[in-house]
Design a protein around this ligand. Structure first.
Ligand code: GDP
Ligand code: MG
Length: 347
């Protein structure tokens, strides 16, 4: 049966490994979700909770890393460059405490282009209809005092208007040589707004992440799961594959070039007899000069991007993938609302 557009489901580890013999040199990204049983949550009714939780903050603070760490699966792409994430992505956590539906969002920032305005709208739109929110921030430079950035103020005001409880997550604490420096930082944040909790974590290493889930189990209402327990995200495999290609563009290309790119999946062919999949995708850029860079000398750059993305795609799909990448120019597409929508960025 060709499954050309299913939503991504929890992988059955053994089956996935068997179908993907030696396809990827990388260790599996799936570690399974953070585990929290009801009895870990002091003061909880003995019934499972269910609810939606927005992950909000400025660009590059580690929101996507946090989502992946909580659900134990790489759903959202991550790069050292700000504004890697462009759409909302749901990651569904299931555990003894119930079901929590996390919404990863693009970073909130001053937006000028049509694409950036779409991204900020995606993020701020996530405030509606959630039962709780995580505001993710980084520790300030040791000497600097805690300051609320305009984007954080905008997020806090919107959450205040909808009376959504907010947990402040101070991420990247692994970068602090002296953990006691966190105490005045926590005190300063505590004076800024009325947070349900303040939790220092390292999303990259996973430390403190379980405390977030425990806190949310206290905040979310008792209820029936919103999604089938097998489902990992609302996004299709097709979308996630496009994202994995885009991640390589963010990791491999320098300066502003990644911001001028989009990825379209043109064709998806499941080959049942071979147990693999052939995927054609187009990388869209804004100018001919950018196309030259993406192709690289003798096609070296696009080959490299394809190889790296394929390893990730194999891992995601649990079966070998063949990627065929093409490059196309769509002049100044990031400036036009219509073109931005054409690249898949529409609400
Ligand atoms: P987002 O833009 O908020 O989604 O941030 P990302 O998840 O894409 O992460 C941005 C950068 O911060 C990447 O280079 C991550 O590897 C890095 N990062 C995320 N979490 C941590 C952390 O806990 N510690 C450190 N040192 N780096 C982190
Ligand atoms: Mg992100």
């Amino acid at each position: 049966m060709p499954t050309d557009d299913p939503q991504a489901r929890r992988p059955r580890a053994a089956a996935a490994a068997a179908r993907s013999p030696g396809a990827s040199p990388r260790p599996p990204v799936s570690k399974g979700p953070v585990e929290v049983e009801l009895r870990a949550v002091v003061g909880m009714p003995a019934e499972p909770v269910a609810g939606t939780v927005a992950i909000l903050g400025r660009p590059n603070v580690g929101k996507s890393t946090l989502l992946n760490q909580i659900v134990g699966q790489k759903l959202a792409i991550v790069s050292p460059k700000p504004q890697t994430t462009r759409n909302r992505i749901l990651g569904i956590w299931n555990g003894g405490a119930g079901q929590m539906v996390f919404v990863d969002t693009p970073g909130v920032h001053p937006a000028r282009s049509a694409l950036n305005r779409y991204m900020v709208d995606e993020a701020m739109g996530a405030v509606e209809g959630v039962e709780a929110a995580l505001l993710v921030v980084e520790p300030p430079d040791s000497s600097a005092a805690v300051k609320v950035a305009p984007a954080e103020r905008q997020i806090l005001d919107a959450l205040g208007r909808s009376r959504t409880p907010v947990v402040l997550v101070i991420n990247k604490v692994d970068t602090l040589a002296d953990k006691t420096s966190l105490i005045p930082v926590l005190e300063a944040w505590n004076a800024i707004a009325s947070f349900a909790a303040l939790i220092p974590v390292s999303a990259r290493r996973g430390s403190g992440v379980r405390d977030i889930v425990i806190e949310l189990a206290r905040l979310l209402p008792v209820g029936k799961p919103l999604f089938d327990a097998e489902l990992l995200t609302d996004r299709t495999e097709r979308f996630l594959v496009g994202e994995l290609i885009r991640e390589q563009l963010f990791l491999e290309l320098r300066q502003e070039l990644p911001y001028a790119t989009a990825v379209l999946i043109d064709n998806w062919e499941e080959r049942a007899e071979r147990g693999d999949v052939v995927i054609d995708a187009t990388i869209v850029v804004e100018r001919d000069s950018q196309k030259v860079i993406v192709l690289g000398k003798g096609g070296a750059m696009i080959k490299d991007i394809g190889t790296r993305a394929r390893h990730e795609v194999d891992e995601l799909l649990g079966r070998p993938a063949h990627l065929r990448l093409f490059v196309k120019v769509a002049p100044e597409w990031t400036s036009s609302t219509t073109d931005v929508a054409r690249m898949g960025y529409r609400s």
